[in-house]
Design a protein around this ligand. Sequence first.
Ligand SMILES: NC(=O)C1=CN([C@@H]2O[C@H](COP(=O)(O)OP(=O)(O)OC[C@H]3O[C@@H](n4cnc5c(N)ncnc54)[C@H](O)[C@@H]3O)[C@@H](O)[C@H]2O)C=CC1
Ligand SMILES: O=C(O)CCC(=O)C(=O)O
Length: 448
Amino acid sequence: MVETKKYIASIYQLTCERDEYQPEFLQAVKEFLDTIEPALDKHPEWIDQNILGRILEPEKILQFRVPWVTDEGKAEVNRGFRVQFNSAIGPYKGGLRFHPTVNQSIIKFLGFEQIFKNSLTGLPIGGGKGGSDFNPKGKSDAEIMRFCQSFMTELQKYIGPDIDVPAGDIGVGAREIGYLFGQYKRLNGFQNGVLTGKPLLYGGSLGRTEATGYGLVYFTKAMIEDAGKSFKGQKVMVSGSGNVAQYAIEKVTAFGGTVIGCSDSNGYIIDEKGIRLETIKHLKEVKRERIKEYAEIHREANYYEGNIWDHEIAFDIALPCATQNEIMKEQAEKLIAQGVFAVAEGANMPSDLDSIQLYKKAGLLYGPAKAANAGGVAVSALEMSQNSQRLSWSFEEVDSQLKEIMQQIYQKVRDTAAQYGYPGDFTLGANIAGFEKVAQAMLTQGII
Ligand SMILES: NC(=O)C1=CN([C@@H]2O[C@H](COP(=O)(O)OP(=O)(O)OC[C@H]3O[C@@H](n4cnc5c(N)ncnc54)[C@H](O)[C@@H]3O)[C@@H](O)[C@H]2O)C=CC1
Ligand SMILES: O=C(O)CCC(=O)C(=O)O
């Protein structure tokens, strides 16, 4: 309707004026706003209550100084961030990213997407995200520890098991979570519900390490099976070689697919016989080396510099699991030309807006990040439940809940798209299904 269109356009214009220098945040907002009109047509009261204006504004943004000392005794300083975006349905929940590209725009786009992703899980968690422009690459364990201690010394004032519960993301794995937890405990006493992704020794959940990658593949399986296909015999390309990529590779292989390539920020390897995951894990988790080394160990594999999505080779399914905007128009065109029939996103916002349009036009099955990678945060919420109950569930219990949650997310996304008259548009389905719950919760809580 004209009024709805006008309202959406005015909100977007205002956001562009206010956040002119935040391109990633504006991209995430545009992707969301481009799909939301049918939901507002159905709920004109949301326009009266200016739900969009409110949901686009974080409840709180923290930015702080993180001073730390190198092994040589030099004083360094980084920026720390936490965006507490929306707590309408639960405490803020979302990871911490340590990467030199981190700035307020990146953390805001991630926090914004997290609101709808967390809502889609069906679990009571709000949206938040944080991190730092600290680069863990090449740092000693002692430097990482001192950085994490300094970061948490400030962050601890604003988080808690019922307030805001951070976890890992790029550059923040079990080692960093351990140091962050240690410092929180030192300052506040033992409260294991304050972080998720913890080691099993003090309240971590079995299955959390695997959850995002496994969840991505469970979602993709549901999506492709609905279209009469399966993983069996499919050639799959995965970008990244970190946490999400590794467990996606494992599950695709278990379902009978062949992962023919994966990458890191320098380049990528192609191994047409199937990536040997033990080698990737050893290189990345133990030796902390570049993916290039894989081709030294397995001579039949080839290493190339650059973006994996530029490689010309026929394959069937693309699982981007590295970082935002790794697939732009040019790469999307290549994927389509190479015969890819499904793209499902393990990374957050790996496809730019042009790519999403191209997938749609070409009729690809497309699982957007908010839905497809929600398995990690879903199991984080299960970790919170276990911490509250002071219990540890078995791996099988957690994995079977994850499977169920991912299937439900797929169905919710598919059915919402169809109900609103856009069958197959899973971007629209994910945005509206995630948004409806948060909007309704906000409405019942007054003008907040
Ligand atoms: N860890 C989790 O539970 C979740 C992670 N994600 C998203 O998944 C993605 C990967 O995160 P993790 O695997 O946890 O991080 P990680 O730190 O374990 O691995 C990141 C991987 O991406 C690669 N990478 C980074 N920048 C790159 C670039 N410009 N080009 C190519 N490769 C690049 C790195 O080399 C590394 O292999 C991120 O977008 C993250 O936000 C999403 C949901 C949950
Ligand atoms: O497990 C969590 O809380 C964080 C997961 C996350 O950062 C994400 O879903 O992007």
